[in-house]
Design a protein around this ligand. Structure first.
Ligand SMILES: Cc1cc2nc3c(=O)[nH]c(=O)nc-3n(C[C@H](O)[C@H](O)[C@H](O)COP(=O)(O)O)c2cc1C
Length: 443
């Protein structure tokens, strides 16, 4: 008699501890004996930008008129030492995602979209492709622990260099690229065998600490004639100390990637259990820069879960100079598009849930090296879609900044923000809405 009743109507209760996802994970592990690897970032609910709200101006503050009054969005990155700092029209940049994880067409589209709106894109754990270089006005070249695709000529072709020490999805860990994505071209660029799983190193083999990093940064400057800004990217964990050490080592720009940050492939246990939320990392980074007297002189780029203009504005109000996006950019290109719903289902996933970037069977042709699947992706159209998305993000951030009375996105400040949860208030170091209370500050 109960067959027509819903689970709730039957009085069944799902365990919060052993919920269905947990049960499925145990069953999968028991069946296969293999730990789960996936892409994307942390999926658990964490304190995030949604837990913050802006205090729009009214009487005590004066808003700017949306259609008549300017609100600038430009940013200069890397002026501390570089002869040619990057001048970007919007503070929303594209994060490093490797050729290998992504198809050559997807990399090209990232360059096209970024260039159309005057922002930068970044190579990744797989070197620089000519298509990407050709279509990117501002290209940041990653110098990675894996050294995959490392090529001194490409260093010179880049507009900036990003020394990657870690990623928010896996601080302390190395990346993975499974054999099915190691095509002849990918293998050639990484000088590794085709079709065999590749695990990248978790740390740079030729230095062990900040003193060595300072030497490495100087080497990079010398071989590129002191022309290019040098970024240092860290996964958010002991952010206050890491940012201080990065600055002492000579970084012109520090990139802090929070726990929600995407990855092409990592162990699920790592993604969900290592690192700290983006929201918690920003004030630590800003404090470190302020104490060294270099906030705004050494720019801070924040990434990890940035999805819209409100997130951009919030990150900037907390003290970031710019942000970087990965997952949202892939979605803008067409990843997880409901158009491919049936094909995602055939892979055991669903549009909106597809995170098996490592599998190389992406029906959207983005996270794959399969020639037939990649051919489905149109880099020109993908670039247009990304440019649209970047414009929307920038305009959304401007809308908020004007409402707070700011003529430049960089004028947003912590005072413009309140929190709606105690956790977010404590992490972001802004008061709970309607109070002066910042938990943990003694105020
Ligand atoms: C498909 C994919 C590939 C990535 N590859 C790299 C990489 O090669 N090097 C790197 O430093 N970070 C890599 N990342 C991380 C991004 O640079 C960035 O830190 C992260 O995606 C930001 O978080 P978001 O995805 O929530 O925007 C990758 C991320 C994705 C989604």
């Amino acid at each position: 008699m109960t067959e027509n009743l819903s689970v709730e109507q039957r009085g069944l209760r799902e365990s919060a501890t052993y919920d269905r996802t947990t049960i499925a994970a145990i069953q999968r592990a028991a069946e296969t004996g293999i730990y789960d690897i996936r892409g994307w970032g942390a999926k658990r609910k964490l304190p995030h930008f949604d837990d913050l709200l802006f205090l729009g101006a009214s009487m005590s503050r004066y808003p700017l008129e949306g259609y008549r009054e300017r609100c600038d969005t430009d940013v200069v990155l890397g002026g501390r030492n570089a002869k040619y700092p990057l001048h970007l029209s919007t503070p929303v940049t594209i994060a490093g995602m490797s050729f290998g994880a992504l198809s050559a067409g997807a990399k090209e589209a990232l360059g096209r979209g970024a260039s159309e709106v005057g922002t930068s894109t970044t190579t990744g754990d797989g070197g620089m492709t000519p298509e990407e270089r050709g279509q990117s006005k501002h290209l940041v070249y990653q110098y990675l622990p894996s050294r995959y695709g490392m090529n001194p000529d490409d260093l010179r072709k880049a507009d900036a260099i990003e020394v990657v020490l870690g990623q928010g999805a896996k601080p302390g860990g190395g990346g993975m690229l499974l054999g099915q994505k190691i095509s002849e071209r990918v293998a050639g660029m990484r000088t590794l065998p085709q079709g065999i799983d590749q695990r990248s190193a978790c740390r740079h083999p030729d230095w062990t600490g900040p003193d060595d990093l300072a030497i490495k940064i100087n080497e990079l400057r010398e071989i590129t004639d002191w022309e290019k800004p040098i970024y240092v990217k860290v996964g958010a964990s002991r952010t206050y100390y890491d940012v201080k050490l990065a600055v002492h080592s000579g970084a012109d720009v520090v990139v802090v990637d929070g726990m929600q940050g995407g990855t092409a492939a990592t162990q699920e246990v790592f993604i969900e259990h290592v690192g700290i939320p983006t929201l918690a990392a920003i004030p630590q980074a800003v404090q470190a820069l302020q104490e060294l007297g270099v906030h705004r002189e050494v720019q801070l780029i924040v990434s990890g879960g940035i999805r819209n203009g409100a997130d951009v504005a919030k990150a900037m109000a907390l003290g970031a100079d710019a942000v970087a996006i990965g997952t949202a950019a892939l979605i803008a290109l067409g990843d997880n598009d409901p158009r491919y719903a049936k094909e995602y289902e055939a892979l055991g996933s669903a549009a909106g849930y597809y995170d098996d970037f490592q599998d190389g069977r992406d029906p959207a042709g983005i996270s794959t090296q399969d020639p037939e699947l990649s051919a489905r992706f149109d880099p020109v159209l993908g670039g247009k879609r990304l440019a649209n998305f970047l414009r929307v993000m920038t305009m959304e951030a401007q809308t908020i900044a004007r409402a707070c009375g700011k003529a430049h996105l960089q004028h947003l400040e912590p005072e413009d923000l309140v929190a709606i949860t105690i956790e977010a208030a404590a992490m972001a170091r802004v008061p709970m809405a309607g109070t002066n209370w910042i938990p943990g500050s003694g105020l």
